[in-house]
Write a protein that binds this ligand. Sequence first.
Ligand SMILES: *Cc1c(COP(=O)(O)O)cnc(C)c1O
Length: 414
Amino acid sequence: MSLENYDKEIFDLTQLELKRQCDHLEMIASENFTYPEVMEVMGSILTNKYAEGYPLKRYYGGCEYVDGIEQIAIDRCRALFGCEYANVQPNSGSQANQGVYGALLNPGDKILGMDLSHGGHLTHGAKVSSSGKIYESFFYGVELDGRMNYERILDIAKIVKPKMIVCGASAYTREIDFKKFREIADEVGAILFADIAHIAGLVVAGEHNNPFPYCDVVSSTTHKTLRGPRGGIIMTNNEDYAKRINSSIFPGIQGGPLVHVIAGKAVGFKHNLSDEWKIYAKQVKANAKILGETLVRRGYDLVSGGTDNHLVLVSFLNKEFSGKDADIALGNAGITVNKNTVPGEIRSPFITSGIRIGSPALTARGMKESEFELIANRIADVLDDINNQSVQQKVKAELKELAHKFIIYDKAMF
Ligand SMILES: *Cc1c(COP(=O)(O)O)cnc(C)c1O
């Protein structure tokens, strides 16, 4: 029976979400549109199979075909990042990180990560996350200019003496220097762990420096700039670490792997390995750049003054309105972004003085510099007159028309 006939409530809400994704301009920096063939395999019979363990070392019979699928995902992942070992089973980026910590740390060990309010992720030691409850967490951040100062990070590392340094961020607009982090880790004898959840799609295209060979362990999501299915991965060149990571994921924190998602990761990696991928990643960066430049021309301040990657952070510290106000006004105009804290923040984390805007999803729809320049101008139009609902309505209508010129999904697919 079809979903439409069996469960109209869920079918209808899914259709409405499809329409929302098609009509709005998706500019949340962590989101993307995955490929139809990735969704096809994620919706397949592979979801029926239990495959606890790893290829050729399973706890269940009948794994001969899913072994092949997981091995292909592992091999493509290794080829993509240029590393020896990959675990493709983490169900999410957060579980990948939990797996890394469980493999290489003992409860109470010290970790040093980027502060959440400076662009780090919850799983880098925030007190509300298990990473901040199980381990003793310390933080570095960015300077008022929005950039990391590696000498300052070294000073903090020397005082903290962490067992592990976590580098990587969810809202950082500049290239991360993994070599500098290696030098810091070596000076204090720490394990260096890079979480490249946001930038992995750029890394594999050579549009951002690679954490290998500098980092001991690397984790990522597969659904952000990599444009694959929702999930996580862990990579390393260290054989001992690789064994510990495998046990830490299963049986440590997960049970049967999501074989249908692992298959989706394999299909996504095939895209990531292609020549077209390099073109996409270049375009993601070019689009973020012109978005930022146009906003600056329109009088808006960017954290760090610009961007090296797929996102910009707009600061409203010198404006009357907050990040929350901007988020709501842009939402009314059909542009989805998220509010974000900025260096020197004066408002609460629920209000904030900034927004984060990313280019990966609209680039996946085929938009280029001219569209991003137009969108940046419309963002500025809305923000310039933030309480004017007729501006918001007008922009919404114009951008819906633009969105419909860049079809991403065919209605018949669902
Ligand atoms: C998104 C993100 C994660 C977590 O990924 P989930 O799949 O949402 O759990 C971890 N680290 C960083 C840096 C991220 O940006």
